[in-house]
Design a protein around this ligand. Structure first.
Ligand code: 6PG
Length: 468
């Protein structure tokens, strides 16, 4: 019997997804490359480990793998983004037939996906670029899936890929056709950008509580658990309670983990996309840059000595309720910025994205799943600027003072809080009709005669002043 679905790449995500597909009764062909000494019989040995894979077939010969699939073939690539994805596509496309479908489930760049769709068209091969979020556990139990490409091809893979997705609160698959071209990978990229800022906010809240209020990790974790029972509930807050209380030989593991953050690229891609589209995602940028600053560990150690920095800045005039509401406001602003970016891309690339549906797909399975996300489905039905929706306006009005006070007090006590600070500056600017750009326009016209508009002339006419 030919198999109905193929997966290439038996890494952490590929293996978890394979077990998920198999547990839904889908007949699989699994492929992993042959690397002498390091990757031999990987797919075959993996199949032997798990009962749910008993009807799957394993290969390390690509031609045999392709021939084991019924047509039109549906093949999911779970390999490293970039060159490895390109080389795998090049190798397999010559073995495929018109109407076969390749699905790229890696964290590929949306512009690469758009190019791959076009270049495979000449072989009659359909290409779907799909974000898959949820990490190893999500892939096994049910990820959030964001496929983009041509709709007809999506319809052919939907019966398979929707089966393995997480379910939302109505038991509907957290998998939905996102849109044309690279839109699926774009949405996943912004998911990761929002994720970066959510993670940074939790890190800043933890740091204020630990080193400002001098709470110990157990006390902080119990606060996070209490918050996680209410409106601030999220996957990231939930796991952070466990991260900060893990012990290592009687020590807090969190105090032993080196404070240098890595990143695989999706955060920086989000910042670049926002710069290209003219969207202000200050919190995602600050979360990315906080990772970059953390990478200069040796330089920071040297600088602390040179500046003779006193880090024991206990904070006396800050309380937990203020931090709670500051965190709440900042999260809303982070989601506002990320969603604004998706909306701008949808307009720029004519993707016509369904914002409420994207929020629904993010209500379970993905890393940024949260109670807030669920509430955004309704909000996004009326606007893609969540800070302009009535229910969000009252939330922000009730918490903005705490956000600004926590930011000011933290900074005065020498606590670095780039994301909370970005949230404070963004919301202050966003809800103020007057900006400082009139000075900028005057300066630009002074040195570059770049002209400016006048408030008392709505005709759109440009003015230049002889400043001499
Ligand atoms: C997800 C995660 C996943 C990956 C991160 C890591 O949605 O399941 O976001 O894609 O673990 O992208 O990204 P960094 O290494 O850049 O933090």
């Amino acid at each position: 019997m030919k198999k109905e679905f193929g997966i290439i790449g038996m890494g952490v995500m590929g293996k978890s997804l394979a077990r998920n597909f198999a547990s839904k009764g889908i007949k699989l062909a699994l492929f992993n490359r042959y690397e002498k000494g390091s990757e031999e019989l990987v797919a075959q040995n993996f199949i032997a480990e798990y009962n749910e894979l008993s009807s799957a077939s394993g290969f390390e010969d690509l031609k045999a793998f392709v021939n084991d699939l019924s047509t039109p073939r549906k093949i999911l690539l779970m390999v490293k983004a970039g060159d490895v994805t390109d080389s795998t596509i090049n190798e397999i496309s010559s073995l495929l037939e018109p109407n076969d479908i390749i699905i790229d489930g890696g964290n590929s760049h949306y512009k690469d996906t758009a190019q791959r769709i076009e270049s495979l068209k000449e072989f009659g091969i359909h290409f779907i670029g799909s974000g898959i979020s949820g990490g190893e556990e999500g892939a096994l139990k049910g990820p959030s899936v964001m496929p983009g490409g041509d709709k007809e091809s999506y319809e052919k893979i939907a019966p398979f890929i929707e089966k393995i997705a997480a379910r939302d609160f109505n038991n509907k698959a957290c998998c939905s056709y996102i849109g044309k071209g690279g839109s699926g990978h774009f949405v996943k990229m912004v998911h990761n950008g929002i994720e970066y800022a959510e993670m940074q906010l939790i890190a800043e809240v933890y740091s204020l509580m630990r080193f400002g209020l001098l709470l110990d990790p157990n006390e902080i974790a119990s606060l996070f658990k209490r918050w996680n029972e209410g409106e601030l509930s999220s996957y990231l807050l939930e796991i952070s309670s466990e991260v900060i209380t893990k012990k290592d030989d009687g020590e807090w593991l969190i105090d032993i983990i080196l404070d240098q953050a890595g990143n695989k690229g999706t955060g920086s891609w989000t910042s670049i996309a926002a710069a290209e589209l003219g969207v202000s995602i200050t919190m995602i940028n600050e979360a990315l840059f906080a990772r970059y600053i953390s990478a200069f560990k040796e330089e920071r150690v040297k600088a602390q000595n040179l500046y003779d920095t006193d880090n024991s800045s206990e904070i006396f005039d800050l309380n937990i309720d203020q931090i709670h509401d500051a965190y709440k406001a900042a999260r809303i602003i982070n989601h506002h910025q990320g969603i604004h970016l998706i909306s701008a891309a949808s307009n720029e690339y004519s993707w016509d994205l369904n914002m409420p549906e994207i929020a629904r797909v993010w209500t379970n399975g993905c890393i940024i799943r949260s109670t807030l996300m669920k509430s955004l489905i309704k909000v996004l039905k009326s606007t893609d600027r969540i800070l302009l929706s009535p229910e969000i306006i009252s939330e922000i009005k009730n918490s903005i003072d705490d956000l600004l006070e926590v930011t000011a007090i933290a900074i005065l006590n020498r606590h670095s809080i780039p994301c909370l600070s970005a949230a404070s500056n963004y919301i202050t600017a966003y809800i103020n009709a007057q900006s400082t750009a009139n000075i900028i326009q005057g300066q630009r016209d002074y040195f570059g005669a770049h002209t400016y508009k006048r408030k008392d002339d709505n005709s759109g006419k440009s003015y230049h002043t002889d400043w001499s």
